[in-house]
Design a protein around this ligand. Structure first.
Ligand code: NDP
Ligand code: 8X3
Length: 254
């Protein structure tokens, strides 16, 4: 297999770390980024000599830092073949009229602006080389509303539509764009959403067999391994234990 250079945001846990493991096992060159450096270092150690790894402590909300990270890549890591825009989070499950506005802003800054910044700084190189693949991690929440999903779902709807619009801009190039929309998957996601309340987080997955981070990594790997003329646009997946709900109807008390 050809060694590819793969830039992963949010590689310190969950889907991002699982993507690092699956692509390392195939001998690719990895750029691993997240805010927390310790889990990145542990991951690098665990990957051993399987893959060449370059670690960057990076907050995707910081536009200048993202620009600096991409422009400052060492020579061997400069030709990014695949960008996995994975860093993201949900905060809270409160109804819109009670939500903490700071949480909304954090989700917008991370899930929308972070994806914009990473894409904007990595994409010109891909277009110049007429080769590359951007994989955006959206969510079922981008298409399907649920109570408390308010701005989180809105940010993921952005990711889905941004991915489609990128495809339009890139028509005529060999740069591919794919959007993955996972449903419920057990990672640190719920612990982050419930701000460290581990019982509440565990309750989300209780009695179910949720998707795993490895399931998502395998999906990302599959999408990127298609022949170069095949572009997987949007791919939604869920645990067998999850489907859509019926419309909710409020009935007046008699
Ligand atoms: P995790 O909480 O396990 O991982 C989230 C990753 O994002 C961490 O590595 C975290 O690293 C990183 N991150 C968060 N904020 C920032 C930031 N400002 N700058 C850089 N990195 C950041 O959750 P998942 O692996 O589940 O989530 C990955 C993606 O998948 C997210 O976009 C999420 O919305 C999406 N998703 C998750 C689903 C699920 O049910 N788990 C389902 C559908 C989509 P650090 O804290 O070190 O910065
Ligand atoms: C994460 C899945 O259903 O918690 O994007 O929004 S959900």
């Amino acid at each position: 297999m050809n060694c590819k250079t793969i830039f992963i945001t949010g590689a310190s846990s969950g889907f991002g770390a699982a993507c690092a493991r699956i692509f390392a096992a195939e001998g690719n060159r990895l750029i691993l980024t997240a805010r927390r450096i310790d889990p990145l270092l542990k991951l690098q150690e665990a990957l051993g000599t399987e893959a060449e790894v370059h670690i960057i402590p990076l907050d995707v909300r910081d536009r200048e830092a993202v620009q600096g990270a991409v422009e400052g890549l060492p020579e061997r890591f400069r030709t990014v073949d695949i960008l996995i825009n994975n860093a993201g989070l949900a905060l809270g499950l409160e109804p819109a009229h009670r939500v903490d506005l700071d949480d909304w802003e954090t989700m917008v800054d991370t899930n929308i602006k972070g994806v914009m910044y990473c894409t904007r700084f990595v994409l010109p190189g891909m277009v110049a080389r007429n080769h590359g693949h951007i994989v955006n991690i959206s969510s079922t929440a981008g298409d399907w509303p649920y109570p408390g999903g308010n701005v989180y779902g809105g940010t993921k709807a952005f990711v889905t539509q941004f991915s489609r619009n990128l495809r339009c801009d890139l028509l005529g190039t060999r740069v591919r764009v794919s959007c993955i929309q996972p449903g419920m998957a057990e990672t640190e996601f719920s612990a982050v959403r419930f701000k460290g309340d581990s019982d509440k987080a565990a309750g989300v997955y209780q009695g179910t067999e949720p998707l795993s981070a490895d399931d998502i990594a395998e999906t990302v790997r599959w999408v990127t391994c298609q022949p170069p003329h095949v572009n997987v646009n949007t791919l939604e997946l869920m645990s067998i234990d999850q489907t859509w709900g019926p419309f909710a109807i409020h009935r007046k008390q008699k």
